[in-house]
Design a protein around this ligand. Structure first.
Ligand code: URA
Ligand code: CA
Length: 432
């Protein structure tokens, strides 16, 4: 086989065989296929796409490029949840204990945040003593004993994806549905999931700006999962505005606690119930979405979900006192109100701009090497559809510096106040 022939084949919009795709991924990972040939191939895929069989073969070849986590020693169906990345998205911190409290094992590997989106590990790291580096044995033992563990990425998972993503990033081939779908699904499959629930974000703050694009991505990922024997379902959810009120690491941990106590923001709570019900259904814990939603609500109302959260934090070495005393997580030096410049109804809170406004305060990373300031961020006081009077706070900015002009400039761009607001659905549809 010669790479140049395979590039030509995809350029001619012909279908590649599994062997050909394996040859490409293996050759590229091992450094035998140079970046310039792989870049040309990516561009051919960008324009001509791949059929479901090809995307599944690409996904599996990436899975096989590195370590695969074996979770078979954990009893039950292991369901993983993945979000394509949002602003203020605290769902994992809520869902992990909530679903585990129903007796369904949650063995979760999470990452760090980049750009305007946050990462679960950055949030958990704000909890004193919390250990997210567990050995494979301890990880499995903890899930068997406590139904939940959340760890950072361990081992050398999907090195092909890491190398490919870096190349896509500099060749304008990130925005290709087969390449995104195989990238996401390869990581989920390599981390040992039996079933996968995908939260595909749509809107200003998301990778996918339109419902059509999000639906195509979701369908492709569901096809891959089902092709490779992992029951997969995708929920398309709105990311025009941030999820919940809090954006920033300790602020979001406290928001997760409030949600587990039953006092969380409406949208975050609803999304957690929807995704959680899909997880319970995939794990065959319940027979319908309604039964799942009811069970999850019961776990919140009875305090069982919060109890599981405390257990999870403590068993991973964390100081759980913040659950009763939120100020234990620390506080930024300044709390600066961001005031409405006119009266009306909030019609836009553009998610990625709010995410960037929090990032420049130090809540996120512009580049991988940046340090995070755990206590800074933004707490919204009004969301889309809420009425506001001129001079009332739209948000509170938690900052460790007094000059926040860079943050304010982004918020000025992010918010719009009008006579009325278009009602945003939280969930557009579910694809299974
Ligand atoms: N997230 C991923 O993990 N991969 C992509 O290609 C895009 C988003
Ligand atoms: Ca939030």
């Amino acid at each position: 086989m010669r790479m140049v022939d395979l590039i030509h084949k995809k350029q001619e919009n012909q279908t590649l065989t599994q062997e050909e795709i394996q040859y490409i991924v293996k050759g590229f990972t091992e450094g035998k296929i140079p970046d310039y040939q792989m870049a040309a191939f990516n561009m051919a895929v960008y324009f001509n796409g791949m059929n479901p069989k090809e995307v599944s073969a690409l996904t599996m070849a990436m899975v096989e490029s590195g370590d695969q986590i074996d979770l078979s020693a954990i009893k039950g169906i292991k369901v993983d949840k993945h979000s394509t990345g949002g602003v203020g998205d605290t769902t994992t911190l809520v869902l992990a204990p909530l679903v585990a409290s129903c007796g369904v094992p949650v063995a979760k590997m999470s990452g760090r945040g980049l750009g305007h989106t946050g990462g679960t590990i950055d949030k958990l790291e704000t909890i004193k003593g919390f250990q997210f580096e567990l050995s494979q044995e301890d990880f499995i033992q903890q899930v068997n004993q406590h139904q939940v563990a959340v760890v950072g990425q361990t081992g050398d998972l999907t090195p092909a994806d890491k190398k490919l993503y870096a190349l896509r990033d500099v060749t304008s081939t990130v925005q290709s549905i087969p390449l995104i779908a195989s990238s996401i699904m390869s990581k989920k499959i390599a981390s040992g999931a039996d079933a996968i629930v995908l939260d595909v974000k749509v809107g200003d703050g998301a990778f996918m700006k339109t419902i059509e694009m999000a639906e195509e991505l979701a369908t492709t990922m569901v096809e891959i999962g089902n092709h490779l024997g992992r029951k997969t379902v995708a929920v398309l959810s709105n990311m025009d505005q941030p999820l919940g009120f809090a954006i920033g690491n300790t602020l979001e941990v406290n928001e997760a606690v409030e949600t587990l106590k039953g006092n969380g923001p409406e949208d975050l709570t609803q999304l957690c119930l929807s995704l959680g019900a899909q997880m319970l259904l995939s794990a065959q814990r319940v027979k319908s979405i309604q039964e799942g939603t009811d069970l999850l609500q019961e776990q919140i109302d009875s305090g069982a979900a919060l109890k599981k959260f405390r257990e999870f934090i403590e068993v991973q070495g964390g100081d759980a006192s913040f659950i009763d005393e939120p100020e234990r997580l620390g506080k930024a030096k300044y709390q600066i109100p961001y005031l409405a410049k006119s009266s009306g109804v909030v019609s836009h809170w553009v998610a990625n701009l709010v995410g960037e406004a929090a990032m420049v305060l130090g809540a996120g990373r512009a580049v991988k090497e940046d340090q995070i300031d755990p206590v800074v961020g933004i707490v919204l006081k009004a969301k889309v559809g809420d009425s506001i009077q001129e001079g009332e706070p739209l948000a509170i900015i938690h900052s460790n510096r007094e000059d926040i002009s860079d943050c304010l400039a982004r918020l000025d761009q992010a918010v719009q106040i009008a006579d009325s607001a278009e009602e945003l659905p939280l969930i557009y549809k579910t694809i299974d």
